[in-house]
Design a protein around this ligand. Structure first.
Ligand code: FAD
Length: 493
């Protein structure tokens, strides 16, 4: 693909579409849009211009302009992504959805809510909670991530065991295609087999097939009661071994979150929290919700008994809202706490079949020893989805870290593949995992993805450089503007 730069004429056209104030071109203001939650020094790249549209018609006009001028365009939500998906690797136009955050319609008869893609997830959750309704999407980044970003990554999170991931609740979406057409896919329907399921193709496509501008979200009744267990184990292995046993026991928890000692301790230190650690080497945070306090209590005790039978050191029950929130605050803050304690790191997101999850930890220990990298681990154990965090030792020089990290990741992904798993359960491939995908994916599958991309985006302008390379010929990564030819990478943040 050959891309063209953003010229002064293009800038004038963008200003005419969205207004002077919604076009950012000065270095200081675009800096924040050059990275997401991955390492800025490794993956960061500045856009040439940032645009902040306020309505779908403007998004469509901007995309038509980009398609006409062959300028790459990258959609961006809150920038909380962990795969570099929102990084404009080819420069060009960065289109942020932050100004499109309105409630469009709350339809109580159909139990749906229609929102713009820039609405913060927690704002949506609170909005419907007031009506005793429930939005079940719950990434740990709920306080920042946008609904559009969640759709683009088909985000999972803490409640996915029982309620599933984001896509299950997206009944319809409004999409601006890479050629600038506006189309609604799906609708307020419980079922729909009227042709290809294009809505589901867009969900999880990481902004490479168009820009989601609105979504119709399915709501369910608010669970009437919920309670949590914090269970302490001597070793991570004991905690993880129990996960498939709980899952097979006939109770479906809302969440089973795993934290090893280092993850728990780091989050507690970051929060000045003083929960008991005892001799624990690992923790499970287990949530049960249901139709009423009695049903929840029954299931909670059944799971608690199971934990005790399988060697738990302590089982704490959190019955009141405050204690539940305290425990979840610890779990939600593990990533941020590590970021502060050890800023150079790589958060992984492997997923394996639930019965193979006990096989993951010994492999992580082996890899940690082999490559001299600490690998604390936490995550959504009940989904088979663990976040192994590769943390750079301060004594290791940068060149060795990058080499060892790369080798360690290759091995980790191969092990995951051999266990029947995939290299990302929820964070996506984006920029960060693109080079590793072919080794663990059938080439036929990648070629089908390429064919879809070519059909939807003939000029390859929509979020280029993500998931796979469009051009397969050697050296065909683009003439004209490209990752190396465009602006220099963003300085480390
Ligand atoms: C502390 C922390 C905890 C996290 N916990 C979880 C978790 O539990 N579960 C989970 O799944 N993820 C988690 N994440 C990752 C991240 O928050 C999710 O991937 C989230 O869905 C990204 O949303 P965003 O709005 O920040 O998107 P961004 O990071 O801005 O973008 C992500 C991708 O979506 C595309 N995109 C964004 N908006 C649109 C749009 N409107 N149309 C088309 N494409 C678009 C971008 O191009 C990019 O490819 C966590 C991240 C952090 C930092």
């Amino acid at each position: 693909m050959t891309y063209h730069p953003v010229t002064p004429e293009v800038l004038s056209e963008l200003r005419a579409i969205v207004g002077e104030r919604q076009v950012l071109a000065d270095a200081e203001r675009i800096e924040a849009y050059g990275h997401d939650e991955t390492s800025a020094s490794e993956y960061g790249h500045l856009p040439e211009v940032v645009v902040l549209p306020t309505e779908t018609a403007q998004v469509a006009e901007i995309v038509r302009l980009a398609n006409r001028e062959r300028i790459p365009i990258t959609p961006r939500g809150a920038g909380s992504g962990l795969s570099g998906g929102a990084i404009p690797v080819f420069g060009g136009i960065l289109l942020s959805l932050e100004k499109m955050n309105r409630l469009v319609e709350l339809d109580l008869d159909n139990m749906t809510v229609t929102v713009e893609a820039g609405m913060v997830t927690n704002d949506l959750a609170h909005l419907v909670q007031e009506r005793d309704l429930f939005f079940a999407g719950y990434p740990m980044s709920v306080e920042t991530c946008f609904i559009g970003g969640n759709i683009a990554h088909n985000a999972g999170g803490g409640k996915a065991i029982k309620y599933g991931v984001t896509g299950r609740y997206v009944l319809g979406l409004e999409l601006v295609t890479p050629t600038g057409d506006v189309v609604w896919l799906g609708g307020k329907l419980a079922k729909n087999v009227s042709g290809y399921d294009l809505k589901s193709l867009v969900i999880g496509s990481e902004g490479t097939l168009g820009i989601v501008t609105q979504a119709i979200i399915k709501l369910i009744a608010q669970p009437k009661a919920a309670s949590d267990l914090l269970v302490l184990f001597r070793t991570p292995r004991e905690a993880i071994d129990l996960v498939p046993i709980i899952m097979a026991a006939g109770v479906v928890p809302t969440s089973i979150e795993f934290m090893d000692r280092l993850s728990f301790q780091t989050a507690c230190a970051y929060l000045n929290e003083t929960l008991p650690l005892a001799d624990a080497g690992a923790f499970l945070l287990i949530e049960i919700d249901g139709a009423g306090p009695e049903a929840v209590e029954r299931d909670l005790f059944a799971v608690g008994d199971l934990c005790e039978q399988h060697g738990a050191l302590e089982v704490y029950v959190a019955e009141d809202r405050n204690t539940i929130e305290r425990m979840w605050t610890i779990r939600r803050n593990v990533p941020e706490a590590f970021k502060v304690a050890s800023p150079i790191q790589s958060t992984e997101d492997i997923v394996v079949p639930i019965a193979r999850i006990p096989d993951v930890l010994p492999e992580l220990e082996r890899l940690s020893e082999r490559w001299g990298i600490r690998i604390p681990c936490f995550g959504h154990a009940g989904d088979g989805n663990l976040h192994a965090k590769l943390v750079k030792d301060p004594a290791m020089d940068t060149e060795t870290w990058l080499r060892h990290k790369d080798a360690c990741l290759r091995e980790l992904y191969q092990v995951t593949h051999d266990l029947g798993g995939k290299i990302s359960g929820e964070h996506g491939i984006g920029l960060k995992r693109k080079k590793y995908l072919p080794a663990v994916t059938d080439p036929v599958e990648i070629e089908l993805m390429r064919a879809i991309k070519r059909a939807w985006d003939p000029h390859g302008i929509m979020n280029p450089g993500k998931i796979f390379d469009l051009d397969t010929a050697p050296g065909a990564s683009g003439t004209g503007v490209g990752p190396d030819a465009a602006r220099p990478p963003v300085a480390p943040g």
